[in-house]
Design a protein around this ligand. Structure first.
Ligand code: GLC
Length: 428
């Protein structure tokens, strides 16, 4: 890989971000993902913040060009056409001026905004306050959307209505719920991903049909959140999503203390309390992790996946929980060349090379480490950060890594892996 010939990996990481720049926004990687993706951009913006605050702001500003009138920030913004990806704008059939998908992704946005603002303030960037204020309002509108559209019954957990919303598209966590979704589609499926990447690393065709069945269904609901909520066979109150929303809410509250009104502060504080309470109820002592809830079947989602540890970024565990969660993360990582696997090797669902069924993602490790640090578990956080940095140094800025061999897999020259490298390298 050409970037590995560059002596300085940090330079190489910045070069990837430059190469994937399409004019103020960054594509996750060329061809496989040729548009702007929601949570990718938030991670990328935190990477940019380390060396180019203006560009970091720009990434978020371009993302909210896709924000809907009801506050939702879509998972893809199709700024410019490309024929290397399916499903494109014509399949989604949404109405926003800049074409977008019709579903969302984890709201890392608020976490990124706080970090960018703090860096900008440290360096005395002249227009920082004004830019932060505008993005803060966008983030607040999106958090209101989350609670209104995705927790209408006020249980303190927000739901995903499509596996792609979770960001962990092909996770075993969705298997039972996805099995209820018919494989019939109105859209003709023309997969492009398997032309770019080895099909054995990508979702199976049958799962893809179910993914598209849901897109067809929601398009027929006119993308109306209430109709979708009422008709969907796939509705999971997800602890990873809720944790990211809760953490981002805490970060927005922090910003509101400087820039917001009294009403905004109390609104965010209430939102935060509701989400943290909801999450705290999802701890399962017998599993040493948090579990999501399938709202259609009423069952806990017990499949072991990384999602069970993401609440550490939002919830302060008690001593017993902290010890148990830390031991469990270590158990998942023991014997692996690179941890933390997204599914542990002892699970029947473990596939070390297939999308979200075992491989390691640098950005997931970043979140897990933030959670461990917040909970005072510095040592393990540092170990995972070092392991992640070394994996990237060995295999390059790949989309993800085989935990059993360290091999780099999926797309190459990946933006969020480059951003993760820049951030984690400084810490390790
Ligand atoms: C895949 C991942 C998702 C990511 C996207 C772009 O769909 O599962 O998390 O946002 O690729 O990188």
């Amino acid at each position: 890989m050409d970037h590995l010939n560059t002596p300085n990996m940090e330079e190489a990481a910045r070069a990837i971000l430059a190469r994937n720049d399409r004019g103020g926004y960054t594509v996750p990687t060329d061809r496989l993902y040729p548009f702007q993706w929601n949570w990718d951009s938030a991670f990328v913006a935190m990477g940019f913040a380390l060396f180019d605050v203006d560009r970091a702001y720009r990434e978020l500003e371009r993302l909210i060009e896709g924000q809907w009138a009801d506050g939702m920030i879509p998972h893809i913004v199709f700024h410019a056409p490309s024929d290397t990806y399916f499903p494109g704008p014509e399949v989604w059939g949404t109405r926003h001026a800049v074409p977008t998908s019709g579903i969302t992704q984890p709201p890392v946005f608020g976490m990124a905004l706080r970090q960018i603002h703090e860096t900008a303030t440290t360096f005395g960037t002249p227009d920082a306050e004004e830019r932060t204020r505008a993005l803060f309002q966008a983030a607040l509108r999106s958090h209101r959307w989350w609670l209104r559209a995705r927790d209408p019954d006020g249980i303190g957990l927000v739901s995903i209505l499509h596996p792609w919303e979770s960001g962990s598209d092909n996770s075993p966590a969705w298997d039972d719920a996805l099995a209820r979704v018919p494989v019939t589609t109105k859209t003709v499926i023309r997969r492009k991903d398997t032309g770019h990447v080895d099909p054995s690393m990508r979702p199976r065709d049958e799962d893809y049909q179910r993914f598209i069945h849901l897109v067809d269904l929601y398009r027929e609901c006119g993308w109306d959140p209430q109709r979708q909520w009422a008709t969907t066979p796939f509705k999971i109150a997800d602890v990873q999503m809720t944790a990211i929303l809760a953490r981002a809410t805490a970060d927005l509250l922090h910003l509101a203390e400087r820039l917001g009104s009294e009403e905004e502060r109390s609104e965010l504080a209430d939102m935060h309390q509701v989400l943290v309470r909801g999450l705290s109820r999802r701890w399962r002592p017998d599993l040493s992790r948090f579990v999501s809830l399938d709202l259609v079947s009423g069952q806990d989602v017990e499949a072991p996946t990384q999602a069970g540890f993401i609440p550490l970024i939002a919830v302060m565990l008690d001593g017993h929980q902290r010890g148990a969660a830390t031991a469990e993360i270590e158990r998942w990582t023991d014997g692996m060349v690179v941890g933390v696997p997204t599914t542990p090797s002892w699970s029947a669902a473990f596939e070390p090379k297939r999308y979200w069924r075992g491989p390691v993602w640098a950005v997931i490790n970043w979140l897990i480490c933030d959670g461990l640090r917040l909970n005072g578990t510095e040592d393990l956080a540092r170990r995972i950060e070092q392991m992640t940095v070394q994996a990237i140094e060995r295999a390059g800025f790949c989309e993800y890594f085989d935990p059993t061999t360290g091999e780099g897999l999926g797309g190459d020259t990946f933006s969020w892996t480059a951003a993760a490298y820049l951030v984690l390298k400084r810490r390790s």
